[in-house]
Write a protein that binds this ligand. Structure first.
Ligand SMILES: Nc1ncnc2c1ncn2[C@@H]1O[C@H](COP(=O)(O)OP(=O)(O)OP(=O)(O)O)[C@@H](O)[C@H]1O
Ligand SMILES: [Mg+2]
Length: 227
């Protein structure tokens, strides 16, 4: 699987003025690889994830999944190819973890037995009564892990995550990062994680940094990462 970003340009309108976030951005994302995207706050990381996830369209340029534009049928692409972990989770607060995942699978038209969902939740450290408690009665870190379980439940080839370890202590964060690595290396997933945490970037296979001056993405070597 190859996700090719070709001359992608994006701007927000600020009154009449076009505020460019990306100009002719080119990048490549492949399966079996754990990518991190770093960059200062406001540099465009969330914007880029929403373009890669076809939640929004570029002003010009394209993103091709195995030679087909992801913007041709955005709904189908999102449903079949993408698992999202948003900065604000987007879980249904009055449903419990199990129900949230069942609902997401329903929407994706994927059938999975309850026992497998429970196993999946266990893999992110949610077990016992926590799977049956409404989301509002769980901690921030627990909710974050459920959002991750939901993203991977329908087994999409690409997982997009925006600061997925922001609310986690370092032990739990390590576990989640290891899970990302495992998904990439043992399950051939393409994992794209936006993070401020350079230790996570260091563990990933490929590090991209948003360059706000060039309005582009540049790959940086682990050795060049300033911790
Ligand atoms: N809907 C919008 N309309 C206008 N400007 C926006 C909109 N959404 C984001 N922006 C601006 O675009 C820039 C990039 O935003 P984005 O959310 O992609 O940054 P980010 O790198 O994810 O930042 P952070 O690390 O703080 O999450 C910011 O300056 C932001 O204020
Ligand atoms: Mg952001």
């Amino acid at each position: 699987m190859k996700l090719v970003v070709k001359d992608l340009t994006y701007f927000y309108l600020d009154g009449d003025e076009m505020r460019y976030i990306f100009k002719d951005l080119n990048a490549l994302f492949e399966d079996s690889t754990f990518y991190t995207i770093i960059g200062e706050s406001g540099s465009g990381k969330t914007t880029l994830l929403s373009l890669l996830g076809a939640l929004d369209k570029p002003k010009s340029g394209d993103v091709l999944l195995d030679d087909t534009s992801i913007y041709q049928d955005m709904d189908k692409y999102r449903q079949r190819s993408i698992g999202f972990v948003f900065q604000n989770y987007n879980l249904i607060p009055y449903l419990n973890a199990l129900e949230n995942i069942e609902l997401a699978l329903d929407i994706a038209k994927v059938k999975k037995p309850k026992s497998e969902i429970i196993k999946l939740l266990e893999s992110v450290g949610i077990d016992g009564s926590k799977t049956k408690r409404p989301i509002v009665k769980l901690s921030g870190g627990e909710v974050q892990r459920i959002a991750l379980a939901r993203a991977i439940a329908s087994d999409p080839p690409i997982i997009l995550a925006d600061e997925p370890t922001g609310n986690l202590d370092s032990d739990t964060s390590d576990k989640i990062v290891n899970l990302f690595k495992q998904l990439a290396h043992d399950h051939q997933k393409c994992i794209i994680v936006v993070t401020h945490n350079k230790h996570i970037a260091k563990i990933s296979d490929v590090i991209y940094e948003v360059d706000p001056r060039a309005k582009d993405l540049k790959q940086i070597a682990v050795e060049d990462l300033v911790l």
